[in-house]
Ligand binder design. Structure first.
Ligand code: SAH
Length: 212
C-alpha cells in the first residue's frame, strides 16, 4: 500500500539533500502509515510531523532521514534512541541492520509501540523510563540519537557513548533547537557540528526539562 506515495516522498528527501542510499532504501521499505493513527494515514507520506496522541508527534520524515544520515552508520552499530514515540525512527534503524535500544518516558506510548513492534515482528529492545539518564545496562553505544529537544546534552549519555561513536541531539529552548552532531574522539575530547532551526517536542527528565 501507498507505494507511489513512498516513492514521491523519497524524491522529496533527495531534493532536500539526503544522499545516503541505505537511508533512502530504508524509507522505501518501512511503511510510515503503519506508525500513525488510522485517521491520518492518508497524510503519512507528506513531509510533515504528525500527531500520535498524548501531545506527541512522529517526526517529519526529512528530520528522521537527516538524523539517520548524520549518524553515518556502517556495519551493525549498537544504537541507543531516546524518545521511542511511534517507533518509526527505531524501525528505520532496525531495517538498516542496526541493534536498537529505545527508551520512552510515556508508559502508554511505550506499551502501544511495543505491541506494534510485536505485531510487525520488528526486533528492538524498547525500554520504559527516563532516557536522559540513558540505559547503563547495555552501554557503551556506537551511536546515540535523541528525538526530543532538551536544554543541554545529558552528561550520562555522553558517558555511555563509545569512544569513536557519534551522537545526534537537538539542543536549545522549547521553541527551537540546534542539531548537534557530536563525535567522541576520546574520553575527554568531543568534536561538535551544529545545524540550526529544528523543532522537537520537549525532552523531559532528570537531565532535560523539568516539567511538561
Ligand atoms: N522517534 C520518535 C519521535 C517521537 S517524539 C518517532 O519516530 O516517532 C519524542 C518522544 O520522546 C515522545 O514520545 C516523548 O514522550 C518522548 N520523551 C520525552 N522526554 C523523554 C525522556 N526523558 N526519555 C524518554 N522519552 C522521552
Amino acid at each position: 500500500m501507498y507505494e507511489t506515495e513512498r516513492q514521491e516522498l523519497i524524491k522529496v528527501l533527495i531534493g532536500k539533500g539526503i544522499t545516503d542510499e541505505n537511508v533512502l532504501k530504508a524509507f522505501f521499505r518501512v511503511e510510515r502509515h503503519l506508525f500513525v493513527p488510522e485517521i491520518i494515514k492518508p497524510h503519512a507520506y507528506s513531509d510533515v510531523a504528525l500527531p500520535i496522541g498524548h501531545e506527541q508527534t512522529i517526526s517529519q520524515p526529512y528530520t528522521v532521514a537527516f538524523m539517520t544520515q548524520a549518524l553515518e552508520l556502517d556495519e551493525r552499530c549498537k544504537i541507543l534512541e531516546i524518545g521511542t514515540g511511534s517507533g518509526f525512527q527505531a524501525a528505520i534503524l532496525v531495517d538498516m541492520g542496526m541493534k536498537v535500544y529505545s527508551i520512552e518516558r510515556n508508559y502508554e506510548i511505550h506499551q502501544r509501540t511495543q505491541k506494534l513492534f510485536d505485531d510487525l515482528g520488528i526486533r528492538a529492545a524498547l525500554i520504559y523510563g527516563d532516557g536522559t539518564i540513558g540505559w547503563e545496562e547495555a552501554a557503551p553505544y556506537d551511536r546515540i540519537i535523541v528525538t526530543a529537544g532538551g536544554p543541554e546534552v545529558p552528561k550520562r549519555l555522553l558517558k555511555q557513548l563509545a569512544v569513536g561513536g557519534k551522537m545526534v541531539i537537538p539542543v536549545g529552548d522549547r521553541n527551537s533547537q540546534t542539531m548537534q552532531i557530536i563525535t567522541k574522539i576520546s574520553e575527554t575530547e568531543l568534536l561538535k557540528k551544529e545545524i540550526p532551526n529544528f523543532k522537537f517536542v520537549p525532552l523531559i527528565g532528570k537531565e532535560g526539562w523539568k516539567n511538561e
